[in-house]
Design a protein around this ligand. Structure first.
Ligand code: GLN
Length: 313
């Protein structure tokens, strides 16, 4: 297992970096052409163990947008704000098999969105975050991110403004959700908060620390601070496991076999419970919106260190 092979980890990470850096495939997510910030060759892999040891290769300090990886943490906050029983009345835990921004299952199941790892369920979760005002809600989200990463986290306002103006699908999803009574209240406020939550700026090291916090029952292994009620960590990991990679979730479970969440910013967060958190950042995406190098790296880490949860011991 990993702990026996830990000495070998730095050279293996370097090997993965060298092997996949030349892989020139995929498209970078652009909400607006002028905002493309990322070099397709920016690449980093970070591992943080539950005892707080950090391994990193590549540009681990390069900032990028958390995007859909935020859905994991917003779900955690909704669970803490309302409790599991209530949240289960607001979102199911079924994979959709559809793309992350598909609207189709909202029309099909007019009771609840399928899961909170795709836009429909995620927008519903964001609508449930408590706070006295929009600013207060955002502040609570940012403070939660801070507990997970161990330092203050900020929002890229230009990314928010861009997605506000171009996100017709998210507007359509929100109106349809409200039409069926799956969300209530002000659509613009909910969508603004959702886009702010997606536009938080992190780096690959932060991503691995967030993952390690989930691997460590909600305690950040670097700061020892609690980021989430440990009771809900299993909820987050279960839904990540079955739904975290959009319409690649089944294949991911089969091949990689540990809970993970991707975002169109190019990040993948992977959790090996009780062992470590994995962060991979590389902006070029496949057609489903998952980082191409990120998938390769996680597949190889899983094989090399036998991280698949159904791996015979
Ligand atoms: N900003 C994106 C959206 O909601 C986040 C999606 C993602 O990372 N898949 O459209």
């Amino acid at each position: 297992s990993l702990f026996k092979k830990q000495d070998y980890l730095p050279s293996f990470l370097q090997h993965l970096y060298d092997k996949y850096l030349p892989l020139q495939e995929g498209k970078i997510y652009v909400s607006e052409p002028d905002l493309v910030e990322h070099d397709p060759n920016c690449f980093s892999i970070c591992i943080v163990t539950v005892d707080g040891t950090v391994y990193t290769v590549g540009e681990s300090e390069k900032p990028f947008l958390i995007q859909s990886i935020s859905k994991v943490f917003a779900y955690g906050m909704a669970l803490e704000d309302h409790g599991r029983d209530y949240i289960l009345t607001k979102v199911e835990v079924e994979p959709t098999g559809d793309s992350y921004n598909s609207i189709i299952k909202v029309e099909e199941n007019s009771k609840r969105p399928y899961n909170c790892m795709v836009n429909t369920g995620a927008i519903a979760m964001t609508s449930l975050i408590k706070g006295k005002s929009p600013a207060h809600k955002l502040n609570r989200l940012l403070k939660m991110y801070q507990r997970y990463v161990g330092h203050p986290v900020y929002v890229d306002t230009s990314a928010v403004v861009s997605e506000q103006n171009q996100g017709d699908r998210n507007w359509a999803i929100s109106y349809l959700l409200r039409n069926f009574g799956m969300i209530s209240g002000d659509i613009k406020q909910t969508l603004d908060l959702y886009l702010q939550q997606c536009s938080a700026i992190i780096n690959c090291r932060d991503l691995a620390v967030m993952a390690a916090t989930l691997a460590n029952q909600g305690i950040n292994p670097i700061t020892d601070q609690s980021a989430i009620n440990p009771e809900y960590v299993k909820d987050l990991l279960s839904v990540m496991f079955t739904c975290g990679m959009y319409d690649f979730a089944g294949e991911w479970c089969y091949k990689v076999g540990f809970p993970a969440k991707s975002g169109v910013g190019g990040g993948i967060l992977g959790v090996v419970p009780g062992v470590m958190g994995i962060g991979v950042f590389s902006p070029p995406l496949d057609k489903r919106g998952n980082s191409i190098r990120g998938i390769k790296v996680c597949e190889e880490l899983s094989q090399q260190f036998q991280l698949h949860i159904f791996q015979p011991l």
